[in-house]
Ligand binder design. Structure first.
Ligand code: PGA
Length: 251
């Protein structure tokens, strides 16, 4: 794993956007795996700024989001479809027909999981997957204990995840308890992974990822088995973890 240490959230966002833009310019038909949550919002802002200033085009890009809450339609402001439209897609020249997110209101959720997994495969897989990490080590909504062999599947959210995500809802009772998520095997099939980690709240998770064992009780640890992972982490998240930095952005 290559680790890029940056000063703060803003610098992480700028560096992540630079990383993504470079790949999009190299391959305008890239298949991007996207994430939601607080972590990538700044990255998406930087992508929008760059699109406006430099005209980087996303017309040919196909995207696959990691997950969606079960029970929320795309026009519900807490759905991840709504999030993606409003944090990114509405402000770049993205062809929304090429943006894929599992449906939160499918008639048959198991069928929806299979459809999504097949769709990714039919497109030849994800070229670059953007990931955040939960403080319990989850990636996507793959909570501790999820099999490393899992494909896109239905999950029951961990109480700590419901608690962490309640900040986006009016009341914690409104947070859905289930979701559809790409599985760990789905994520691991991506050709390249960019993991973003910011803030003191993620310090322990990053420490465990870098120093702990590879184990299903800490889903993100599987990333150590992937041949091409870059982590961009800020000072608050890295704290005093001793790592061999391959790049340190000047502060
Ligand atoms: P966050 O969530 O970006 O809102 O911290 C990350 C995650 O849970 O994967």
């Amino acid at each position: 794993m290559r680790i890029i240490e940056v000063k703060d959230y803003q610098q992480m966002s700028n560096r992540a956007a630079e990383f993504i833009i470079e790949k999009v310019v190299q391959n305008p038909s890239i298949k991007l795996g996207l994430a939601t949550g607080g972590t990538p919002i700044g990255t998406y802002k930087s992508l929008i700024e760059d699109h406006k200033m430099n005209g980087t085009s996303y017309q040919k890009v196909t995207t696959f989001n990691l997950d969606e809450y079960m029970g929320l339609s795309g026009d519900n402001k807490n759905s991840y479809r709504y999030f993606m439209n409003n944090q990114l897609f509405n402000y770049i020249d993205m062809n929304k027909a090429k943006s894929n997110i599992p449906s939160g209101i499918a008639a048959d959720f198991q069928e929806e999981c299979d459809r999504y997994e097949d769709l990714i495969a039919k497109h030849g897989g994800v070229d670059l997957q953007i990931l955040g990490i939960g403080s319990n080590g989850h990636i996507g909504f793959n909570e501790p204990g999820t099999s490393f062999d899992s494909k896109t599947h239905i999950v029951k959210l961990a109480p700590s995840t419901i608690q962490a995500n309640a900040r986006f809802f009016n009341r914690i009772e409104e947070v859905p308890t289930k979701a559809i998520t790409m599985g760990i095997a789905t994520i691991m099939k991506s050709k390249e992974i960019l993991l973003l980690v910011s803030g003191e709240k993620k310090k322990e998770a990053l420490f465990r990822l870098l120093n702990g064992e590879i184990n299903e009780s800490f889903p993100a640890s599987v990333l150590k088995n992937h041949p091409c992972v870059t982590i961009i982490a800020d000072k608050a998240a890295i704290a005093d973890i001793k790592v061999h930095y391959s790049e340190k952005v000047p502060m």
